[in-house]
Each structure stands twice: as C-alpha cells, then as structure tokens.
Design a protein around this ligand. Structure first.
Ligand code: ACO
Length: 404
C-alpha cells in the first residue's frame, strides 16, 4: 500500500543539500501507523479499517480509542473509557468565569483555543509529556472538556446561560443538550440528530498529516504539553483553507443566493480567479478523486434534512454547484472534487448550530486524531524537534552605515 520514499535526513547531513518544498507537498515529516490515505483511489482508513465501515459501526469514543491505542477496544475497555470521560466533563468554576472576560462577538474558535490553552493553567499536575500517567489523564480531560468548552463558546456568543454537563447522557447527547437544552425540561434530544452528528464527528476524527495535525506534532516536538499542542492545532484549523472551509462554504452559498448572480456566473468568476474567489469546499491537497468522506456526508445531508422535514434552498444550490463544477473542464483538469466540508455546513445549520460554530464542531471531531498523533510523536524515539530549513534569498553581508 505505501508509496516508497527516500530518507533525506541523513543525506542532508552527508551532502549539505536540502530540498525546497513549499507547502510540504513532497516531504514526509514522520512515519505514522494511524491513518492511511490513497488520494488517487479515494481511500481513507483508520488503523486499517475503511472509513465507510468505521462510520457505519463505531461510536465517536470507540473510534477515538481505535485511533489513540491502535486496536478496537473490548466492551469493558470501552465502558471504562466512556465512564472516565463522563467523570471529567466539569470545568473549574474559575475557568467558567474566563469566558465572561471575552467579548460576546468573539469567534468561537478563538474562544476554544484560548480556553484549551488555559486548561494547562489548571492542570499542571498532568502536563508532563514524559509521564505516561499524566498523558493518559490529559487525554481523558481533553476528550471530556473540549465539548463543554465548545458548547460554552456557543452559549456565550448567543448570550445564554451555561448548563452543567449531564453525565447520564452519551457523549454526543450531552453535547447536544449543553448547546440546545436551556429549556431542559422540554428539550428532547432527537436520536436522528444525535446519530447524524456522531457520524460527522467520526468522519473528521483523523486525516493524517493535515495542517492542524502537523501543527500539533510540531509544537509537541518541542516538548510542549498536550494542552498547548492541541490549542495550537485548533488555531491552525481555524483558517478558511482548512477547517474554516465549512463555515466559508455556507457563507459562499448564502452569498450566491443573496446576490442573485446564479451558480453558473459564480463558477465563471471562480474559473477566472476574479478577486481570488475559490469554490470553497472543493479541492484537496491529497484527494485527487472524490473525497470518500464527502460521499458519506452528502448521503447524511439528504437523510437528515428529509427526516427533519427541512427544505433548505442552500442544499439545492450546493448540489447545482457540484453538478456544474464536476462537468467543467477547469475542475476536471485540476482534479477538484467536493471535500468533506462541502455539505457539512448544510447539516449543521439544519441541526440549529450557528455558522460560526461549524469549525468548532470540526475541532471536536478532530481531537482524537490530534491526540493520537501527539502520542505517537511523543513515544517515537526517532522524534526530533521540528525545524524546517530555508533557502535564504535576502541581502548578502553589508556594513552598517557609518553615518547612522
Ligand atoms: N476553487 C477554485 N480553484 C481551485 C480550488 C478551489 N476550491 N482549489 C484549488 N484550485 C486551483 C488552484 O487555483 C490551482 O489552479 P492553477 O493551477 O490554475 O494555479 C490548482 O487548482 C491547484 O490548487 P492548489 O492551490 O495548488 O492546491 P493545494 O493542494 O495547494 O490546495 C486546498 C488544496 C487548500 C484544499 C485548495 O483546494 C482550496 O483552497 N480549496 C478551498 C478551501 C477548502 O475547501 N478547504 C478545505 C480542505 S479539506 C479540509 O481541511 C477538511
């Protein structure tokens, strides 16, 4: 399965030669046993299991275990993992006050990364990367607390009270209730929503050396703790070319609808690269064929909207856009297909999440992958501090002006 590659690290030492590789298109920074992708064939596997099978059979936490520990958990292992996570969902009351110091207009991704960074101020007792028990505890704390922080970022942005986690509920149901259960006595978690959200989270759990995961590994390679590394990963995910694309897709669709310019005209503007406009949710560094996650998300979009009885004209627009793009030579020649984020926003919107929460949902999905990679990096005796080379193109040596 694996493509062959040349180990350049020792070659550089011997010859002094380095490669110039903008965007690391050609450079493997590590060996990894977590996730396999064949971008040409549209294949994605977690620890060897095809994503389609994982998404059809596993829960979010079962998938997290698989990614982090390498094998499927036994029933007892999974129950214990789930139980531990339920016991760590509470946030320190002081940390809750931290949210009130931020403006309600803050983007929830900034709130999320700041609060995760702040977690290490509360848990210095579990911040030592070299202590296996502490790493274990941090893993549990992060999995338990990130959804709560995410829900509070949401509540903060809409000016509503924070709820306490309800640990009698499953991971996903607890999260839904924290977001939407202010009228707790009448809020019923819709099992259709819960299942659909769990599926979307699973599809996002890992994607090998993407920008945010590479960031987590790079920060971790300095010996920084897991909280600091995950906070950095959240910031990397924020950008519209990465996780922020799910938010950007919905803004793009709403923009097309509101301007009345029509899909065909919008596609023309993309092709002419007018004002650098891109078809958000299209294209991928690795997939040069259909993103296998996008297929599953598209099915979910149809199911969820039908079951909820929602008719969203933005979904019709997205389908029209996809159809036109897939038949167009510009996109065919560049092998641009919908990625995982093309349809997720439509589903999150139908579930009632505000647009600015979409990338936060991605972060909750991706957390197990980030943790798995950080731990793989942390346990690998080959790990060195990440430190790319550069080709210097600035001025040669010159003398400081004598009259200055
Ligand atoms: N719309 C229009 N043209 C595009 C798009 C797009 N979405 N994506 C790539 N292209 C074009 C580029 O302009 C370039 O054209 P050129 O050869 O005429 O210059 C060509 O396709 C190759 O694109 P690159 O930018 O070299 O591809 P790269 O692998 O560096 O970028 C990326 C991948 C960032 C995902 C890009 O496709 C993109 O910006 N897509 C839109 C944002 C997006 O959806 N991001 C989510 C990625 S998936 C994820 O993070 C979960």
């Amino acid at each position: 399965d694996g493509a062959s590659s040349l180990d350049l690290s020792s070659l550089t030492k011997q010859t002094g030669l380095t490669g110039l590789d903008y965007g690391f298109v050609n450079t493997s920074a590590t060996r990894s046993a977590i996730t396999y992708i064949d971008g040409d064939a549209g294949i994605l596997r977690y620890r060897g299991y095809p994503i389609e099978q994982v998404a059809a059979n596993a829960s979010y936490l079962e998938t997290a275990w698989l990614l982090i520990y390498g094998e499927l958990p036994t029933a007892d292992e999974l129950a214990e993992f789930d139980e531990k996570i339920r016991r760590h969902t509470l946030l320190h009351e002081d940390l809750k006050r931290f949210f009130s110091a931020l403006p309600h207009t803050a983007h929830p991704m900034s709130v999320l990364s700041s609060a995760v960074s702040a977690l290490s101020t509360y848990y210095e007792d579990s911040s030592d990367p070299k202590d296996a028990e502490q790493v274990e505890l941090t893993t549990i704390r992060l999995l338990a607390k990130l959804p709560v922080i995410a829900a509070y970022a949401h509540k903060k942005s809409v000016g509503q009270a924070f709820l306490y986690p309800d640990n009698s509920l499953s991971f996903v149901d607890n999260f839904l209730k924290l977001n939407f259960g202010n009228l707790a006595e009448i809020y019923q978690i819709d099992p259709v929503l819960s299942k659909a959200l769990e599926r979307l989270l699973i599809l996002h759990e890992d994607h090998e050396q993407n920008a945010s995961t590479s960031t987590v590994r790079l920060v971790g390679s300095t010996g920084a703790n897991l909280y600091a590394s995950i906070s950095a990963g959240i910031n990397a995910l924020y950008g519209p070319l990465h996780g922020g694309a799910n938010e950007a897709v919905l803004e793009m669709l709403a923009g097309i609808r509101d301007s009345g310019e029509g899909v065909a005209r919008f596609v023309e503007r993309v092709k002419n690269k007018e004002d650098g406009v891109k078809l958000m949710g299209f294209g991928h560094r690795v997939y040069k064929n259909y993103d296998p996650r996008a297929k599953l998300v598209k099915e979910s979009a149809d199911e969820v909207l039908e079951l909820l009885g929602v008719h969203d004209p933005l979904l019709d627009l997205a389908k029209e856009l996809e159809q036109i793009a897939l038949e167009d030579d510009y996109f065919k020649e560049r092998r641009l297909y919908p990625n995982v984020d093309f349809y997720t926003g439509v589903i999150y919107k139908a579930m009632g999440f505000p647009t600015r929460m979409f990338t936060v949902l991605f972060a909750i999905g991706r957390l197990p992958g980030w943790i798995a990679h950080w731990r793989e990096m942390n346990n690998d005796p080959q790990t060195k501090i990440g430190r790319p080379q550069q080709l210097y193109v600035g001025s040669p040596q010159r003398d400081w002006p004598a009259d200055r």
